[in-house]
Write a protein that binds this ligand. Structure first.
Ligand SMILES: Cc1ncc(COP(=O)(O)O)c(C=O)c1O
Length: 457
């Protein structure tokens, strides 16, 4: 049998890991090799057990690890019929899943374009939006507005509208897709206008209207927004933000795309995060929690406003010139259906709301420490923002190596989370009080330890 250390060596040699630089992978707490998972826990090849406070490392395994019935649903369907093309074939579970998603999705969203993951769902939404306007005779509507700080994926369009790491992407992968306009984020803790709510009058959303007018409304195809940006930080919009965004989009005939790739399927304590603010998008993108990672799958979901345009057109163009071979994959659809059944029958959306409130309450206590600048979250999506100077909100310096050291300490104490400038938590939606208390306790211990390490008291 291959030893754990040989396996790790082989992994480093043969797997091109995503994003993480090789030096980081080779450093302590770098690359990790797991052999199994159960519920909220992951076991590595050296038999260390970790509390997975980040759902598989990317807010994915919403129902928790090791749910055999999902594996069985996948296996049974794969044995019976794994795949047929999404061109004009469908398998039974794919139909059932499309129907289920139409039932769950907000408002009248009822037509599902299946993809293999979130980036493709976003690409799909972009193309649907452009073709919708094209059908309307508005071919000049080619631009898309997104927010700085948001993440929408790694494929070219998704990357081009992604606000996080825009400088890096623009430098290395330039030219990005033209017509991608970015507006300030709605991160109140780091307001780009140095204003405070409510006296700011939510300038960040009003500036979107100004940008639309500046560019010419007839040139804007869509606005895309995650309700709670999650991949690069986690911050909530103020209550007026999303309804106002909907209003602005409607006023200028622009489509509103809500990206629920992380926020969706109960992560924020509602099935979809946009429900917190009563907003129905024109297109919604989903992935991750759709299958909880038991199979790769994503989707862009639209409603009659859009599909009727396509239907009424006739001819080749009414089909959307866009195909993802694995879209609607039969076995993945079976896994997704079982995953959603578990979310529903085990009340995981409500558990996310309840345990999320408990987590937030616990983490709020950490504000008493000098390096904890802000604590925020909704459902089982929470962030602790660490700062070098609480008064000025100055972040840690590169030489402090805060993210790696802080995250490493969390791991040493048995908790897997993700730390940039912000420590992010997104445990499986089945987490109970034991898991939440451990997350809070270990974070507190790590905050105290890091205060000592950097001499801030
Ligand atoms: C909001 C959002 N959209 C899209 C994506 C891209 O999804 P995927 O990694 O499945 O391509 C992500 C991934 O983290 C995301 O957070």
């Amino acid at each position: 049998m291959t030893s754990p250390s040989d396996l790790k060596k082989s992994a480093l040699e043969h797997i091109w890991f995503h994003v993480t630089p090789p030096q980081t992978l080779r450093a302590e707490h770098g690359m990790m090799l797991f052999k199994e998972g159960k519920g909220c826990y992951l076991t590595d090849v050296d038999d260390n057990v970790y509390l997975d406070a980040f759902s598989g490392g990317a807010f994915v395994t919403s129902i928790g690890h090791g749910r055999e019935e999902v594996g069985q649903a996948y296996a049974e369907q794969a044995a019976k019929l794994a795949y047929v093309t999404p061109y004009n074939f469908a398998a039974e579970p794919t139909v059932a899943l499309a129907e289920k998603l139409s039932e769950l999705a907000p408002g009248d969203l009822n037509r599902v374009f299946f993809t293999s993951g979130g980036s493709e769902a976003v690409e799909t939404a972009m193309k649907i939006a452009k073709q919708y306007h094209w059908f309307n005779g508005e071919q000049k509507r080619t631009k898309v507005i997104s927010r700085r700080g948001s993440y929408h994926g790694s494929t070219f369009y998704a990357m081009s509208i992604t606000g996080a790491s825009h400088e890096y992407n623009n430098k290395i992968f330039s030219p990005l897709v033209p017509g991608c306009l970015q507006v300030p984020s709605h991160n109140c803790y780091r307001c780009e206008y140095n204003l405070s709510y409510p006296s700011c009058n939510v300038l960040c959303v009003e500036m979107i209207e100004k940008m639309i007018l500046h560019e010419g409304p007839e040139t804007i195809a869509a606005i895309i927004a995650e309700p709670i940006p999650s991949a690069a930080s986690i911050y909530l919009p103020v209550d007026e933000y999303l309804p106002r965004l909907r209003e602005i989009a409607d006023k200028y005939g622009i489509l509103l795309i809500i990206d629920e790739v992380i926020n969706g399927f109960g992560r924020t304590g509602k099935m979809f995060a946009c429900e917190h603010w009563g907003v129905t998008p024109d297109i919604m993108t989903v992935a991750k929690g759709l299958t909880s990672g038991y199979a790769p799958m994503g989707a862009a979901i639209a409603g009659p406003k859009i599909t009727e345009r396509f239907e009424s057109r006739g001819g080749r163009e009414s089909g959307l010139n866009h195909v993802i071979s694995f879209g609607g994959h039969a076995a993945s659809a079976a896994a997704a259906l079982k995953n959603i059944e578990i979310i529903e029958t085990e009340n995981m959306v409500q558990n996310s709301a309840d345990m999320g409130a408990y987590l937030l309450e616990g983490l709020q206590e950490l504000k008493k420490y000098p390096i904890v600048g802000d604590v925020r979250g909704l459902g089982l999506l929470a962030a602790v923002e660490l700062v070098r100077d609480k008064k000025t909100r100055a972040p840690f310096l590169p030489e402090d190596q805060m993210p790696a050291r802080f995250n490493g300490h969390l791991m040493d104490l048995g908790v897997l989370a993700r730390t940039y400038q912000v420590v992010e938590f997104g445990p499986p939606l089945c987490a109970g009080k034991t898991e939440i208390e451990k997350i809070v306790d270990v974070t507190e211990q790590t905050v105290k330890w890091f205060c000592d390490e950097v001499g801030i008291h």
